[in-house]
Design a protein around this ligand. Structure first.
Ligand SMILES: [Zn+2]
Ligand SMILES: [Zn+2]
Ligand SMILES: [Zn+2]
Ligand SMILES: [Zn+2]
Length: 231
């Protein structure tokens, strides 16, 4: 009985010892071969090896990581929360500037923000009454941004075969429909691109853009919208 037991225990002990040695060597191999990778002491942590975690000496109470003061909080160490000085505002209140179409309410003293920016309020001419920004695309059908162009093209082409909508939207003389052979679209050989070189005006200037709707055969007489972009 004893003999059988020790015959079992001996290999097991050997395996455990090997596992400990192997594990020990694995965890220390980088530092044993290359030396420790020391990171400087901070206000909360002694000099330490970023690879194996070994430490040396004491924390450095002068090595803080300061975050600037705001109107409501003094300069503060993000590691140990120690503070220095006073908040920027004696009343601890921000000096808010009104929100615009491009920025939420912003403190002119410390730069803090609150709330959300305003939504543009476009007139029928596609001009924002708040900031004066104009939508980038306009013609006799109205004024549009790029996502609106896409949405309208998608709606129009989805239910219909020939892209009458694009026909209406642009001057028909400028529309070409061609089978896509260009692999950059990645839609395979049965796709078509509708290329309309339309004149879109923006803020009084006229720019010519190619409006490309990618459609694919749906039935023998209809097509389905796949994608659209302005080039
Ligand atoms: Zn180390
Ligand atoms: Zn600190
Ligand atoms: Zn402030
Ligand atoms: Zn605006």
């Amino acid at each position: 009985m004893n003999k059988r037991k020790s015959g079992f225990m001996l290999p097991l002990t050997f395996i455990v010892i090997m596992a400990i040695i192997f594990g020990f060597n694995m965890s220390n191999t980088p530092c044993r071969q290359n030396g420790h990778t020391w990171a400087a002491a901070t206000c909360t942590m002694a000099k330490h090896c970023s690879v194996c975690g070994e430490t040396s000496g004491e924390p450095n109470t002068n090595n803080h990581k300061w975050e600037d003061a705001t109107c409501t909080t003094p300069k503060t160490c993000v590691r140990c929360q120690q503070t220095y000085g006073e908040p920027l505002s004696s009343t601890k209140e921000h000096t808010w500037e009104a929100a615009t179409c491009f920025s939420p309410q912003k403190c002119s003293v410390c730069g803090a923000t609150t709330g959300t920016k305003l939504a543009h309020e476009y007139s029928s001419k596609g001009i924002c009454s708040l900031c004066g920004e104009t939508k980038p695309y306009g013609n006799s059908y109205g004024y549009f941004d790029e996502s609106e162009l896409y949405a309208m093209a998608k709606d129009a082409i989805k239910d219909f075969c020939y892209p009458t909508y694009v026909n209406n939207f642009c001057s028909s003389a400028n529309i070409k429909i061609e089978k896509v052979t260009d692999d950059r679209l990645g839609y395979g050989k049965n796709c078509f691109s509708v290329v309309a070189a339309a004149d879109f005006s923006s803020g009084g200037t006229v720019t010519t853009k190619g409006f490309v709707a990618v459609i694919e055969p749906h039935t023998s007489t209809t097509y389905a919208f796949v994608d659209a972009y302005v080039e």
